[in-house]
Design a protein around this ligand. Structure first.
Ligand code: CA
Ligand code: CA
Ligand code: CA
Ligand code: CA
Ligand code: CA
Length: 377
């Protein structure tokens, strides 16, 4: 019954898109009429220290960018090594911290969580060793991560997979969305404990359908985007009382010839005026597809990361993007991706993360994508 309702709602939305008639993006909704692209390849400027694993095995997965607003050049990238723990890197790629907390799959972060004794920037990760959601605090001075989870936040999903954090503008509550390999989704409300930690309770459960990993929440608009790996991207409302209604993102499926499953990581680029982009890793053809973040979610185009001084990028799992000024090396923000096949040009090394300046991606498109470092989280 619920599924039927979802389908009916989705079809209704799709019809609205097709017959609305007022939106300039309608031509893009038709199959096979993709935007013209002349250039679609950028190169990475920095790559991180490879993760520790058995040689070359699939281990690195999902990055998150933490902005140091006191000294943006000291911003950090936190990445998962699904064979062992969380890694922290400087913007020059150097690993400065590692915590072996288990088989952590995905990661997300938010600023200013009100703990009982202070505010902390927090990281959420899905730990497959224990089938839990785990919360850590970022030490802004050292880049170290400290586990502040209270009571084991054990999921009832069959196997925890993706994670996204959401801070509600309506209630100021913080939530974590967790996907499971079986196609389910849990929404956890996070709460401070009296001893300076964080605990949580499940306040909403959704059936996505099939395996879903990548997801991201937009605190500005109050929406959650979920990538059902072999199907398409869905949009839900992020507030816990908003039910199961969902909207499909047009051209996020195989009707778009530039997309090849799996749909993996999702990330949001924000601008001050509220516009921006939704980016997805199209793992099957080593590329990234860009949609408008708002409105009708028009498909803008796709690109990949080719070889330059640093090797090209293949089979990306997780991604993150940040619009902020991050010092002289990256004054217009960065796009960070997992590289499924890291090499030194000839030999296979362990996997790592690649960093691309945002402006080099923006320049690929005509008109160029927006470059706006003024939105602050
Ligand atoms: Ca992989
Ligand atoms: Ca996956
Ligand atoms: Ca993955
Ligand atoms: Ca590579
Ligand atoms: Ca390399």
């Amino acid at each position: 019954m619920k599924d039927n309702k979802l389908i009916i709602f989705s079809v209704a939305i799709a019809l609205t898109l097709t017959i609305g008639g007022l939106h300039s993006c309608l031509s893009d909704v038709k199959h096979n009429e993709l935007p013209v692209q002349t250039d679609s390849v950028v190169v990475a400027k920095v790559e991180t220290t490879p993760v520790t694993s058995v040689k070359g095995e699939d281990a690195a997965d999902d990055p998150a960018i933490w902005v140091n607003f006191n000294d943006p050049s000291k911003s950090l990238i936190i990445g998962t090594n699904k064979k062992g723990g969380l890694c922290v890197y400087r913007l020059n790629g150097e690993e400065i911290f590692y915590t072996p907390i288990g088989h952590v799959n995905n990661i997300d972060l938010r600023y200013g969580f009100p703990l009982s004794n202070r505010k902390a920037d927090i990281v959420a990760t899905t730990n497959r060793t224990y089938n839990t959601l785990q919360i850590l605090a970022i030490n802004p001075e050292t880049g170290e991560l400290a586990d502040i989870t209270r009571n084991s936040l054990k999921s009832s999903l069959d196997e925890v997979y993706g994670v996204a954090l959401y801070k509600s503008k309506i209630t100021s509550n913080y939530y974590a969305f967790v996907t499971g390999k079986g196609g389910g989704l849990e929404q956890w409300e996070l709460k401070a404990t009296s001893d300076g930690g964080v605990t949580g309770t499940v306040v909403r459960e959704i059936v996505i359908g099939s395996q879903s990993e990548g997801l991201v929440a937009d605190d500005e608009s109050g929406y959650l985007f979920v990538a059902e790996e072999d199907v398409r991207i869905w949009k839900y409302r992020a507030e816990p009382d908003s039910g199961n209604l969902r909207v499909l993102i047009p051209l996020s499926d195989s009707t778009n010839k530039r997309i090849s499953y799996d749909l993996e990581g999702l990330a949001l680029y924000h601008t001050k005026k509220g516009t921006g982009y939704l980016i997805v890793s199209s793992q099957g053809n080593n590329s990234y597809a860009i949609f408008e973040k708002n409105g009708m979610h028009r498909y803008i185009g796709s690109f990949r990361i080719g070889s330059g001084c640093i090797d090209d990028v293949e089979e990306t799992d997780g991604i993150d993007v940040c619009n902020c000024y991050l010092g002289n090396r990256f004054p217009n923000g960065i796009f960070v991706v997992q590289d499924g096949l890291n090499t030194n040009g000839k030999d296979t090394l362990n996997q790592n993360f690649k960093i691309v300046p945002w402006e080099s991606i923006a320049k690929l498109f005509n008109p160029p994508l927006e470059v706006d470092s003024s939105f602050l989280f």
